[in-house]
Unconditional design. Sequence first.
Length: 133
Amino acid sequence: MFVKDALAQAAGAPAAGGAFDIVSLLPLVLIFVVFYFLLIRPQQKKMREHREVIASLKRGDKVITGGGIVGTIVRTEEGKPMVTVEIAPNVRIDVVRSTISDKYVDTPPPPANQDKGAPAASGGMFGKLLGKK
């Protein structure tokens, strides 16, 4: 008997929140926009650049594989997923194109201190931070 009374009261009562409010959807849309610009879009750009690097591989390019192996491409064929990389004299391995991380660019070491007569900096790390010499 009490159940019928409760159901009758609930059926006649208006909804607690009233009509659907678009403002309640705003935080969800805002979160999606933030995720798109901070995560999805940069990842798509990085993938596009990687595809361009893979497509531009040619004989003689120095490359770095996903495992960290550095070598020179000695054979590549368009449309084939494999390239042959020489990692040491007369040591060649077949590598799947998609596992190549990037082209390897030799960077010269930074120049040594040109002023040989200058005294060494003293004070250590904290001296540099605090401005003491």
